[in-house]
Design a protein around this ligand. Structure first.
Ligand code: HGY
Ligand code: MN
Ligand code: MN
Length: 435
């Protein structure tokens, strides 16, 4: 083989690298000011008096925010559609159409009284990456799919529809908007009767990348630019119902009560005690409680509360659940009440791909940014995408580690850094075919 033949064979082996020389890629940069302008504009949809955003999935604010986002995606020259599960997808052709698509994105729904950064930074960062590629006329080898998952905060609903984990019973659960998930999917343009058609299988995606705010304080306190996520915690939710007996609060002696709220209070303490009884990063929370009938002069006869457990190890979640369940039975016996647990949602823990972690690190270092490897205590759609292909997540600092709060904030420079790392990680991944 002469030298020319060798270099042609070499180029052929690398696919369509010839479209744009590799050495040009480090020069591509996102427009950080444009991300912030879009962030402020999106923050108007669902803006609340606390200074944050309440844009729960399937609300009118969610629908309006999604319309705004789709406009940005079209301006970034993406071919935009809503899939049957209600996820927004923006497609861009690649030069090797037989390759599976590279996916990247996040979510724009928020918790009630949330902030304007969780999900939004990753969504707008992804759109800015697409816009930058369009402005530079840059064609990747893989087709690209920018995806804005629907109802991330209500249990990763859009991503779990994609990997087939969303169950039919869950569709009847009432979401924070007041609509059932089934109604919500129709409301945002999906079709809950055809969810089987959105299901993808392992290998259907080349990889999934997500940029997100850290939502904890490690990067901020250690002054590190970029977090490289090693794994995402599993999150399990239960509804717990405590049955007592509603009776007159003035005439029922203290030793004859079946007070469901008192039993629930002991249960909340038991959750905290059990989860903190051994060292580790596991967390357990009772975040919602309702006492019925709910009057000062009636002993509560029924309480419904939520239980959430998180850890990187599903076996540890199961072990803590079993301990908590046993504690609940003891409380029930002592207080003459009854506890019932109903599993609501299971998000499996997921490690990220070690090869993608290395590419994120290289991309950040080439941009002059410092990095740190870290777990994610928050859930993300990436954990469900991990069932379909290799995933990577890039974190940027959250000031004071505050999230799910109107006081959530990340500095514009950090957001621009994260979007640049996303861009260069995507371009490097595009050169590979990970299995
Ligand atoms: O709740 C979570 O961990 C995420 O923010 N959805
Ligand atoms: Mn969140
Ligand atoms: Mn999020």
């Amino acid at each position: 083989m002469n030298r020319r033949e060798f270099s042609l064979a070499f180029l052929g082996g690398l696919g369509a690298l010839t479209l744009r020389p590799l050495q040009d890629q480090p020069k591509l940069r996102v427009n950080g000011a444009r991300i912030i302008q879009h962030l402020n504009a999106l923050g108007e949809f669902g803006k609340n008096p606390q200074g944050g955003v309440s844009r729960v999935a399937y609300s009118e604010a969610d629908r309006q925010g999604r319309a705004y986002i789709m406009g940005l995606m079209r301006a970034a020259k993406l071919n935009v559609s809503i899939d049957l599960a209600g996820n927004i997808i923006g497609r861009r052709s690649g030069s090797v159409p037989t390759l599976p698509p590279l996916l990247f994105g996040s979510h724009i729904d928020t918790v009630p009284e949330g902030g304007n950064y969780d999900g939004v930074v990753g969504s707008l960062g992804a759109i800015e990456v697409a816009q930058t590629l369009a402005e530079h006329n840059f064609t990747t080898r893989h087709p690209l799919e920018l995806i804005i998952f629907q109802n991330e905060e209500g249990g990763l609903i859009g991503s779990r529809a994609l990997d087939g984990e969303l169950t039919d019973q869950e569709l009847d659960l009432v979401s924070r908007s007041g609509k059932t998930i089934r109604e919500g999917i129709s409301f945002i343009g999906g079709d809950p009767t055809r969810l089987a058609e959105v299901k993808r299988k392992r290998g259907d995606i080349a990889a999934y990348l997500e940029l997100h705010i850290e939502q904890g304080g490690t990067l901020d306190s250690e002054k590190v630019n970029i977090g490289i996520v090693e794994g995402i915690v599993g999150i399990n939710w239960w509804d717990v119902t405590v049955e007592g007996f509603a009776n007159h609060a003035g005439t029922t002696p203290m030793n004859q009560r079946q007070d469901a709220l008192l039993a629930a209070a002991k249960f909340i303490e038991a959750v905290n005690r059990t989860v903190t009884s051994v060292a580790g990063r596991q967390v357990g929370t009772v975040g919602r409680i309702q006492a019925l009938p709910g009057a000062p002069n009636v002993i509560p006869g029924k309480v419904v509360l939520s239980l959430e457990l998180r850890d990187l190890d599903a076996a540890k979640i199961k072990m803590f659940y079993e301990k908590i369940h046993a504690e609940a039975q003891q409380i029930a016996r002592a207080s003459n009440t009854k506890f019932e647990f109903k599993e609501i949602n299971v998000n499996v823990p997921a490690p990220t791909d070690s090869r993608i972690r290395k590419i994120i690190e290289d991309s950040a270092n080439e941009l002059g940014l410092t990095t740190r490897i870290m777990p994610s205590g928050a859930g993300h759609d990436a954990q469900d995408m991990a069932l379909l292909g290799p995933v990577g997540m890039i974190f940027v600092p959250s000031v004071a580690g505050i999230s799910h709060s109107p006081r959530e904030f990340s500095h514009p420079a950090d957001i621009a850094n994260g979007a640049n790392v996303l861009l260069h990680t995507l371009l490097k991944l595009d050169q590979l075919e990970l299995k």
